[in-house]
Write a protein that binds this ligand. Structure first.
Ligand SMILES: C[S@@+](CC[C@H](N)C(=O)[O-])C[C@H]1O[C@@H](n2cnc3c(N)ncnc32)[C@H](O)[C@@H]1O
Length: 848
């Protein structure tokens, strides 16, 4: 193909003129041009350029006619077409932008954020002198479209304000400083949450950009808010008319402040001792930037931003002088105590990482250190609010939380996040404990699979009891707390943090929700506005770790198939449903759950369900399969061995008597839930009944305590919990079937029984269930000074409780005669402690 060089030179020259003109125009009008000028000029220049180009080429073609072949004409024509199309496109964009406000805003936004910073880098060689000029260069032309374009980009702003308000104890006469407040849209958002004119004594919007402040000022005038003040000032050194503020917020501003340390220090000096500081911003934390201070962060869910996103977004935003580096959030988390922290992605714009963080005065919790230690350890030196400096003696047990808090104090770090929470339910746990990894950040049981009614029949709880029990889904813990005379303290223990997140959610619901909302969540297992409830109502009553967990998983858990289709145990339920469906008996299963007479129930069972469940295929592939038993039912190999020679027979002995015992529709919420996926109002755990709701939320007559306040959640191995509890402080330990899991040839069982014994009072009882009628470890209990009695032994055809899952229930009572020897021996010296794997430490061993 022959190419006309003259044509190209001419074209380039013309294009060059266009570019120069364009640049000259932009330089000349840098200070007063606006976006509309730019769009118009861009479109105009493109038109002129294209037209000139077309004419030029017509002429060229005449002159060099002889040199041109057909190829050239075709290619030249196609270039004309391209430029005409571009020109037309630009024209259309220009007119649409003129007519449509949103498109105009988007174009200006794209120009200001994506194109202009790149051009500026080349043209403004000398650089801008100070930050204010910088900000003006960026914001001046887009101040009028700022709000429209930031809705999609700046996610989480409303949630951040809602979370901050829900955590503020004070609700009236508030002083609020919004640092880097921009156009004041946050103050308008806040007005939807809490009335600006009624609840705020003064609101200060501090911003360094005069153009954005101008928009804010007009906005506030329109609202007639006389208590809102706009300060054109630097975040690092502004002043207000009050000594301190109840609320300070940084909404997407910290990442724009070059001197962020000074801005945060200024916020520290202005925040009231009881105040709240809240931030929402882009940020790119990684696991590596969290090392050494994990317990101060309030949870690690989604905190580690993948390498590619970390680097891409950091570089991308740097062009706009927005800095996503982790140092800003780190400094916040160093200067304040972390109350809540959430890590999210803005998925609309391609997974931009952002976080919401709520904090408070770092020193706020020092006075409750002793109290929290006592609550976690059952220390007799319980120091209530009134005597924070109660004497700490040599024999006072020390919780892991106390050790962590003291260690942080020595390094001038904030206390662990759990120390800044409103509720004291959750006991500190070390998030980095590798034992938690096995649970893969999910719970196994969404409901508890043991019958608390039978527990009470056997143990007869009184308000003098201090109970320790395994959490599971927390249903039985709440059932004990619902009793007319509930135990004075209940320690719920689970190694899986998510089981305790589930119980924490239930506790927070009893603190903050109405009965009907609680029913929707835990009776139906579904609720529409879960995240709203979490932010506005439940959040203040939860640890940051549990809050993060439910922010991440809650919406899915409480929609669709609901809560009872979550947790690893859902696989067993799903499989059961699949078998019923494939075998065409689903309608009979529903009929079984509706049956109103035992005879009817028996007939449905014998005719339709039993033949399907107990056929050979289901038997050998599922019930007799160790992988299924472990993965779906949580039955480990050691326990499966204790079931006897035939697992199928074990299952038949479990299920058959259930059909004869009581109506599934009325008095067996365990099986009803598995088959129906939800509870019914008359067939549910006690804590979901009206009586239960009243008891859990109302005042207890004798002591004046609310029963849920006496619950403590430990996320640790049972042995580690026993080791940190005071000697002789527990009257009842309910350890479920957990000892079945131990190896009969190992020492675990000896360690655990010794540790339990140490915490039990004289005559204290251990209640356990087992897959064996006579579990092998009963002998170990007896040899270590317990008297063991079978409270129930299952026989073929007879049930021992409504679940009837276990072959026996035992009560092992600590013998008084053995008590004096055992209690003191075990706690003397570190050598014995190490041997017993109990890890008990004394106050004197701590370097304070
Ligand atoms: C992305 S905007 C966020 C505005 C507003 N908070 C919002 O959420 O819509 C960041 C704001 O921080 C302000 N800013 C940046 N550096 C500042 C400083 N040193 N002092 C005060 N404000 C500053 C900017 O002017 C801008 O208004």
């Amino acid at each position: 193909m022959i190419i006309s060089t003259r044509k190209d030179t001419s074209f380039q020259r013309r294009r060059g003129i266009f570019q120069r003109e364009n640049y000259k125009y932009r330089s000349k009008h840098r200070n007063h041009r606006n976006s509309r000028h730019f769009l118009f000029y861009f479109s105009f220049c493109t038109h002129v350029s294209t037209l000139t180009f077309g004419i030029q080429h017509c002429k060229s073609r005449d002159i060099v006619h002889t040199m041109i072949d057909v190829d050239f004409i075709t290619s030249d024509l196609s270039k004309v077409k391209v430029f005409t199309s571009v020109s037309l496109f630009c024209g259309i964009v220009y007119f649409v932008a003129k007519l449509n406000k949103t498109i105009n805003s988007i174009l200006v936004f794209c120009w200001a954020c994506f194109v202009k910073p790149l051009i500026q880098k080349k043209t403004v060689k000398t650089g801008v002198k100070n930050q204010q000029q910088n900000l003006e260069l960026f914001y001046k032309n887009q101040a009028h479209i700022y709000d429209t374009t930031r809705t999609v980009l700046l996610k989480g702003r409303k949630e951040c304000l809602r979370l901050a308000i829900s955590h503020l104890q004070k609700k009236k006469d508030l002083v609020w400083i919004d640092i880097g407040g921009g156009t004041g849209s946050n103050i308008e958002f806040m007005n939807q949450i809490s009335s600006i004119s009624k609840n705020f004594k003064a609101v200060y919007l501090v911003d360094l950009s005069p153009s954005l402040c101008e928009v804010a000022r007009n906005r506030f005038i329109a609202h007639e808010w006389t208590n809102v003040h706009v300060l054109v000032a630097d975040a690092c050194d502004f002043t207000i008319d009050y000594k301190s503020a109840d609320l300070i917020t940084f909404s997407y501003s910290l990442s724009m402040i070059p001197t962020f340390n000074a801005a945060i220090d200024n916020a520290v000096s202005k925040l009231d001792k009881q105040g709240i500081i809240a931030t929402v911003d882009f940020g790119i934390q990684s696991n590596d930037t969290s090392i050494g201070r994990v317990n101060t962060l309030g949870g690690l869910v989604n905190r580690n931003i993948p390498w590619i996103l970390r680097n891409f977004w950091r570089i991308w935003f740097e062009a706009d002088k927005v800095f996503l580096d982790s140092s800003r959030r780190n400094y916040l988390e160093y200067k304040f105590g972390t109350i809540k922290s959430v890590n999210q992605y803005n998925k609309t714009l391609g997974k931009i990482p952002y976080y919401i963080w709520v904090g408070c005065d770092k020193a706020r919790s020092s006075q409750i250190l002793t109290r929290l230690n006592c609550l976690a350890t059952e220390s007799p030196y319980l120091a209530p609010y009134t005597s924070p400096n109660a004497q700490i003696t040599e024999s006072m047990p020390v919780s892991k939380g106390h050790e962590a808090a003291i260690a942080n104090l020595q390094k001038n770090l904030p206390f662990p996040s759990l120390y800044y929470q409103r509720e004291v339910w959750r006991v500190y746990y070390d998030e980095m404990n590798h034992l938690y990894e096995q649970f893969k950040n999910q719970y196994i049981y969404a409901f508890t699979w043991e019958d608390p009614r039978e527990d009470h029949n056997i143990l007869n709880f009184t308000s003098d009891d201090t109970v320790l029990a395994i959490t599971s889904a927390g249903d039985n813990i709440l059932s004990y707390a619902t009793l007319p005379n509930p135990p004075k303290r209940i320690h719920a223990v689970d190694l899986n943090p998510c089981q305790n997140h589930l119980l924490e959610l239930k506790l927070a619901s009893f603190r903050a929700l109405k009965q009907d909302q609680i029913w929707q969540m835990f009776g139906d297992g579904r609720i529409d506005n879960f995240t709203d409830l979490l932010i506005d109502k439940l959040g203040p009553h939860m640890s940051s770790n549990a809050f993060q967990y439910w922010m991440d998983k809650g919406t899915n858990a409480f929609t669709g198939k609901g809560l009872y289709d979550t947790g690893s145990s859902r696989w067993a339920i799903r499989l059961g449903k699949l078998i019923f469906k494939v075998c065409g008996i689903s309608k009979h299963v529903t009929a079984l759950c509706k049956a109103s007479r035992i005879e009817e129930q028996k007939q449905i069972w014998n005719e339709y369900i039993k033949p399907v469940l107990f056929n050979r295929i289901v038997g050998s592939f599922l019930v007799g399969n160790p992988i299924f038993l472990w993965k779906a039912l949580g039955v480990p190999a050691n326990q499966a061995k204790m079931m006897g020679p035939s697992v199928i027979k074990y299952v038949i002995d479990t299920l058959e008597p259930i059909i004869e015992r009581s109506l599934i529709s009325e008095d067996n919420y365990f099986y009803y839930l598995c088959l129906m996926g939800h509870y019914s109002r008359t067939n549910c755990p006690d804590y979901l009944t009206t009586k239960g709701y009243k008891r859990l939320t109302g005042q207890k007559s004798v002591t004046g305590d609310i029963p849920i306040d006496n619950i403590r959640l430990h996320t640790d191995l049972l042995n580690d919990v026993f080791a940190r509890l005071s000697n002789k402080s527990i009257t009842i330990a309910i350890i479920m079937d957990h000892m079945d899991w131990f190896d009969p040839n190992g020492v675990d069982v000896i360690n655990e029984i010794t540790a339990i014994k140490q915490c039990l009072v004289k005559g204290g009882r251990v209640m356990l269930r087992s897959a064996a009628t006579y579990p092998w470890y009963i002998k170990t209990f007896e040899s270590l000074g317990f008297k063991c009695e079978a409270a129930a032994i299952r026989k073929s055809g007879k049930s021992i409780d409504r679940v009837n899952m276990y072959a026996s229930t035992w009560v092992c009572t600590k013998l008084e005669s053995d008590d004096e020897n055992s209690g003191d021996e075990v706690v003397v010296g570190d050598v014995d402690i190490a041997k017993l794997d109990a890890g008990r430490r004394r106050m004197s061993s701590l370097k304070i």
